[in-house]
Design a protein around this ligand. Structure first.
Ligand SMILES: C[C@](O)(CO)[C@H](O)COP(=O)(O)OP(=O)(O)OC[C@H]1O[C@@H](n2ccc(N)nc2=O)[C@H](O)[C@@H]1O
Ligand SMILES: Nc1ncnc2c1ncn2[C@@H]1O[C@H](COP(=O)(O)OP(=O)(O)OP(=O)(O)O)[C@@H](O)[C@H]1O
Length: 304
């Protein structure tokens, strides 16, 4: 089935961009400590849950063929976690439908969005009213980006990115260049480790200049402070992304950066008009599959 059934609970969840991603050395558990400045952007997946005899997942949207529909889907794992935590007899007996608009495996936390969305939707469907702090704890069990997908807005993520402090942020305009194919997040972190071999890796720290620029809403100031320690690793695995970055800045973007682990690239632009111009130039350049225009910040997982 490719459409959402009627009579369920629907939650809308945003994608994210990382305006700063400072990465520390690999920890004994294989994760990396981060100073991760997240912004929620106005590209959304919608997750609908409906009572059913057993747990099933369906997905619609342009990239839906790349989304797993088995128990590895983060939305399915979220529903199972909440059901188990509440000792629900029969477990997570729901049909989950994902209307997918966030690029898959693009470094924009699409799977994490669906995990957070399913958690909130099942919580409401089952009338649990779980406190937000507990929902955030379950999100962290599902993945490092999932708590931010629930919270949205702007936040600093420390630890492996799951410990969130909300931040002040003005409004910014973005163009995203979606690449052909995805990049595996663990593979990008492994490449970061390989490139860092023999080098002292400093403790990750949020940049005071970036936080001030974010709060001011001044796009020129933010453009000068964007930083992603995973960018060299993503470029090493996907060298052609350098051409996309060059095409976006040549078209008038204030700055371009790889979004998280990539391969989506994010371009900060001054306003709507600049966004349309940069998006058109990127599409004409032949250096990306498609583009999306969005603004930040936006709300986290929200029932609609
Ligand atoms: C790159 C980012 O998207 C930036 O926001 C995140 O750090 C990735 O978050 P995520 O996709 O939710 O990642 P998880 O599902 O928690 O972890 C997937 C894999 O990424 C690597 N990983 C992730 C987060 C982190 N702080 N250090 C890591 O090394 C680990 O190899 C881990 O096994
Ligand atoms: N609901 C889901 N939507 C998309 N992918 C999912 C989902 N659940 C599990 N996955 C798996 O997760 C992989 C990564 O997909 P996702 O779209 O979350 O990547 P991402 O945006 O790069 O993640 P992040 O930015 O959090 O590192 C996919 O290749 C897919 O196999």
């Amino acid at each position: 089935m490719s459409t959402a059934p009627a009579g369920g609970v629907t939650v809308r969840v945003p994608a994210k961009v990382n305006v700063q991603l400072a990465v520390g050395a690999a920890r004994p558990d294989g994760f990396h400590d981060l100073a991760n400045v997240f912004l929620a952007v106005s590209l959304y997946d919608e997750v609908t849950v409906t009572p059913a005899d057993a747990l099933t997942v369906t997905c619609s949207g342009p990239d839906s063929d790349q989304v797993p529909l088995d128990r590895t889907n983060l939305a399915a794992r979220a529903a199972e976690l909440l059901a188990a935590r509440n000792g629900r007899p029969g477990g997570a007996a729901v049909h989950i439908h994902i209307a997918k608009n966030i690029p898959v495996a693009g470094g924009m936390a699409g799977g994490s969005a669906d995990g957070a969305g399913a958690l909130l939707a099942c919580d409401r469907l089952w009338g649990l009213d779980t406190p937000v702090a507990e929902l955030l704890g379950m999100c962290a069990e599902l993945g490092s980006d999932v708590p931010f997908s629930l919270l949205g807005g702007a936040a600093l993520g420390t630890g492996r990115g799951e410990l969130l402090t909300p931040l002040d942020a003005g409004s910014f305009h973005w163009v995203f260049a979606v690449a052909d194919g995805g990049l595996s997040t663990p593979a990008v972190f492994r490449e970061f480790d390989r490139l860092a071999e023999g080098r002292e890796i400093p403790e990750p720290q949020a940049s005071p200049a970036l936080l001030a620029a974010l709060a001011s809403g001044d796009p020129d100031a933010l453009a000068g402070t964007l930083a992603n320690d995973l960018q060299p690793a993503a470029l090493s695995l996907r060298p052609q992304l350098a051409r996309t970055l060059a095409a976006g800045t040549a078209a008038g973007a204030l700055a371009g950066i790889v979004s998280g682990s990539g391969p989506t690239t994010a371009f900060l632009v001054r306003d709507d008009e600049a966004a349309a111009k940069v998006a058109a130039a990127l599409e004409a350049s032949g250096t990306c599959r498609t583009t999306r225009i969005a603004t930040s910040p936006t709300a986290g997982a929200t029932r609609i």
